[in-house]
Design a protein around this ligand. Structure first.
Ligand SMILES: Cc1cc2nc3c(=O)[nH]c(=O)nc-3n(C[C@H](O)[C@H](O)[C@H](O)COP(=O)(O)OP(=O)(O)OC[C@H]3O[C@@H](n4cnc5c(N)ncnc54)[C@H](O)[C@@H]3O)c2cc1C
Length: 401
């Protein structure tokens, strides 16, 4: 499967911070985690902190799946508005889903602080969701009212203030105090280093080609000709996880992103907020530490890497044009552009946990625009399940919902 293409900014910026060997021996462990993206790595990190022996393995180089392509906005607002989600799963569950994402942002902040070597890439940032069209004002206001009812720190903005604070042409918006941004690629590499310090073993460039699920254990065969034996298996293979699940839980799409050259200081909008909109698919914008605008969107409803990659240039032009229409006073010039795969689920929520068809196996499928906050949530739920502890949110995000 081809997950990303062209030049993800984070790879150009950071290069390959750390390297890992391929697996060249027979090995046994408590838990084997397949995937060194941000999901697998957070899970491995939390398991190691709980004193569990972990082996982590990846067919690519570390964090070179979707994680290196991620624009890495951290928002508690998921792709499905809370009032729409409430109609699908009930109001309390919808509010709880949003709360979990909110907690995940602050948890990630603590994890990054604890590591101290992520180049300070984690930043708290407010988030602004604007109405793309006049017809969206009413549903957006309904969303604002419901979020406020459930204690989220939000305010309502009209056209003039939006223009004044953000230079943005839009009829109305919700401003949320809580949000953040990160360099997911560098953070994952730093977390992997923490995992090594705690005794985890990490192998990249090692494809898991066969998985045998036994009654009390699992056995993984790798393309390096070796076997990994473990009591438990965590599959955190991002969008490639779908091939291990004998059910259809998600649809694969293509998405596009670019980063501009640094913009002049006077064009940096209020609080470097994360900005996104009500339209589907939506455009989104954030400002990097060196004042570049990172934007994405223009999604296509297909997974076809050749078709996706052939569209990158055209899609980058469309992204630039949409930006300039909304922010007419901010001149931009694209520096790097790329594309990636992403997946959507029926309710915008992730699938985390076990299925009876795959013994001793846990899945972390953080699909949708909030993949990173879902990775944090998955790490808590899967750690608790492996330790045999109750996690009251497991059912909400499980496969039986
Ligand atoms: C362009 C783009 C923008 C995004 N923007 C945001 C955003 O703003 N905010 C947000 O929260 N999320 C965003 N996401 C989503 C987020 O990046 C992903 O949810 C997250 O990176 C997924 O991490 P992961 O660890 O689950 O998967 P991955 O990073 O894909 O890692 C999975 C790993 O598993 C490995 N693997 C797969 N199969 C095997 C095998 N058989 N053997 C060994 N290894 C295997 C892969 O090589 C890969 O490295 C974006 C995604 C894209 C593509």
């Amino acid at each position: 499967m081809d997950l990303i293409s062209e030049h993800p900014y984070w790879l150009m910026r950071n290069g390959i911070p750390y390297t890992y060997p391929s697996l060249q021996e027979e090995i046994s462990t408590d838990v084997v985690v397949v995937g060194t993206g941000i999901s697998g790595t957070l899970i491995a990190y939390k398991l190691a902190k709980a004193g569990i022996k972990v082996v982590q393995v990846d067919r690519r180089h570390a964090a070179m799946g979707s994680t290196v392509a991620s624009t890495s906005l951290l928002q508690y607002e998921i792709d499905t508005p809370m009032h729409v989600l409430a109609d699908k799963i009930g109001e309390e569950n919808a509010a709880r889903s949003y709360e979990l994402c909110l907690d995940a942002i602050y948890q990630l902040q603590d994890i990054c602080k604890g590591m101290g070597n992520t180049n300070n890439t984690f930043k708290l940032r407010p988030s602004l969701q604007y109405a793309s069209f006049k017809k969206d004002i009413e549903p957006l206001h309904k969303e604002y009212t419901l979020r406020k009812k459930h204690g989220f720190d939000v305010s309502w903005l009209e056209q003039e203030k939006i223009k004044e604070f953000y230079g943005l042409e839009a009829p109305a918006a919700i401003s949320s105090k809580d949000g953040g941004q990160i360099d997911a690629y560098l953070t994952t590499h730093c977390l992997l280093q923490e995992c090594l310090k705690m005794g985890n073993k990490i192998y990249d460039n090692t494809n898991v080609s066969e998985i045998l699920h036994h009654r009390r254990s699992v056995e993984l065969k790798t393309d390096t000709g070796h076997t990994i034996k473990a009591k438990k298996l965590v599959i955190a293979c991002g969008y490639e996880t779908l091939k291990y699940i004998p059910r259809k839980v998600a649809t694969l799409n293509s998405t596009y992103a670019l980063v501009t050259e640094p913009i002049a200081k006077e064009h940096v909008w209020k609080d470097c907020s994360l900005i996104w909109e009500t339209a589907t698919p939506y455009m989104y914008y954030r400002i990097t530490g060196d004042n570049r605008i990172l934007m994405g969107g223009k999604d296509d409803e297909f997974y076809n890497p050749d078709k996706r990659d052939a569209s990158i240039k055209k899609k980058a032009k469309e992204l630039e044009a949409s930006f300039s229409k909304r922010f007419p006073s901010i001149p931009i010039r694209t520096d790097f552009r790329w594309a990636g795969t992403f997946a959507t689920t029926k309710d915008g929520l992730p699938y985390i946990g076990t299925i009876p068809e795959r013994l001793n196996t846990y899945f972390a499928l953080g699909f949708g625009g909030n993949g990173i906050t879902y990775s944090v949530i998955a790490a808590d739920i899967i750690r608790d399940m492996i330790l045999g502890n109750t996690n009251k949110d497991a059912e909400l995000l499980g496969f039986n919902r």
